[in-house]
Design a protein around this ligand. Structure first.
Ligand SMILES: NC(=O)c1ccc[n+]([C@@H]2O[C@H](COP(=O)([O-])OP(=O)(O)OC[C@H]3O[C@@H](n4cnc5c(N)ncnc54)[C@H](OP(=O)(O)O)[C@@H]3O)[C@@H](O)[C@H]2O)c1
Length: 255
C-alpha cells in the first residue's frame, strides 16, 4: 500500500513506527521538518514529500493535523474518488471532512494513541474501515462503532489516559522513595495495574475485581474511600466535553 500522512507530529510518528517493516510505501509531510527528517532516517520506507504529492501518490491518506488548520491545509489538495481518507482529528466531523476531501468518499475517523507504535492500541472507528483493519488490525484492536456520536464519546473517554498515567507515576515515585529503584517501582506499579486489565473483560469483571479489593480496613479500601471525591470530578470532566463533542447534555439512555 502507498500510505500518506498529512501532518508529522506525535501521532503520525507513532503510526508510522507501527507500520514500519510491513512493506508499505510511506509518505509524510515536511512539517514538522525535524520530526519528518528523523522519521525518514529511522524508518526506511518513509519519504518526505509536499502535501499535494502525498495526496496524489497515496492509496490511503491519514489526516493528522490540528483540526483548526484542516480546512486551510487540506482545501485544494488533489483528493480523488476511490481514495481512502482516515482522519485522526478531534473536532473535525465527517460532514466537514466530506466537503474538504471531495471527491473522496471513503472517509473514516479513528482514535489512535501513541502505543500504536508497538501494537495493542484500541482503534475505535466510524464508519467501519477495511483499510484501517488491513493496515493496523493485526497488531491492534480495531473497534467499528455504530455512529459518529459513539465515536465522539470515545474521544472523550480517551482523555482518561493522562490522568491514569499520572496516578501510576505518582505511586511509582512514592514507592521509589523507599526502595531507591525508580525503574523497578514503575515496573511494579504498571504490572500490577496491567494484571487487572484483560483485553476483553467479561461483563462485570472489573466491578467484581473492585469488590474483591474492598476488605474492610485494607489499604485499597482506605485509599478508595479517600479518593471518592475524584470519581465525581472525573465524571464532571467527562461531562464537560459533551458540548465540544456534540453529545447530548443528558444521557438519552437515562431519559
Ligand atoms: N497525540 C495523540 O495522542 C493523539 C491521539 C488521538 C488523536 N490525535 C489527533 O491527532 C492530530 C494531531 O495531533 P498530534 O498530537 O500529532 O499534534 P502535533 O504533534 O502538534 O502534530 C501536528 C502536526 O501538523 C503539522 N502541520 C502544521 N501545519 C501543517 C501544514 N500546513 N502541512 C502539514 N503539516 C502541518 C505540524 O507541523 P509544525 O510542528 O511544523 O507546525 C505538526 O507536525 C490532532 O487533531 C489530535 O486531535 C492525537
Amino acid at each position: 500500500m502507498r500510505v500518506g500522512f498529512i501532518g508529522t507530529g506525535e501521532i503520525t510518528t507513532a503510526m508510522v513506527r507501527g507500520l514500519a517493516g510491513c512493506g508499505h510505501q510511506i509518505l509524510v509531510s515536511p512539517r514538522n521538518a525535524k520530526r519528518a527528517a528523523a522519521l525518514a532516517a529511522e524508518v526506511p520506507e518513509v519519504t518526505v514529500a509536499p502535501n499535494d504529492r502525498i495526496v496524489a501518490g497515496s492509496d490511503i491518506v491519514f489526516l493528522c493535523l490540528l483540526a483548526r488548520l484542516a480546512e486551510d491545509v487540506l482545501t485544494g489538495l488533489p483528493f480523488r474518488a476511490g481514495q481512502t481518507v482516515i482522519s485522526v482529528m478531534v473536532d473535525a466531523p465527517l460532514d466537514k471532512l466530506r466537503s474538504i476531501c471531495a471527491p473522496a468518499t471513503d472517509i473514516a475517523i479513528t482514535i489512535p494513541l501513541p502505543p500504536i507504535a508497538h501494537g495493542g492500541c484500541p482503534l475505535p472507528v466510524y464508519p467501519a474501515s477495511p483499510a484501517l483493519q488491513s493496515l493496523f488490525g493485526d497488531r491492534n484492536l480495531v473497534i467499528p462503532l455504530k455512529d459518529e456520536a459513539a465515536l465522539a464519546a470515545h474521544f472523550g473517554a480517551s482523555a482518561l489516559c493522562a490522568t491514569q498515567l499520572d496516578q501510576i507515576i505518582t505511586v511509582a515515585d512514592w514507592l521509589a522513595g523507599f526502595t531507591g529503584d525508580r525503574d523497578a517501582a514503575e515496573s511494579y506499579v504498571a504490572a500490577m495495574i496491567r494484571a487487572y486489565l484483560p483485553q476483553h473483560p467479561r461483563g462485570g469483571e472489573l466491578p467484581e475485581a473492585l469488590r474483591m479489593l474492598s476488605t474492610e480496613g485494607g489499604f485499597n479500601a482506605t485509599m478508595h474511600a479517600a479518593m471518592a471525591p475524584s470519581r465525581g470530578i472525573l465524571r464532571s470532566a467527562l461531562d464537560g466535553f459533551r458540548k465540544r463533542l456534540g453529545l447530548p447534555e443528558k444521557d438519552e439512555a437515562s431519559e
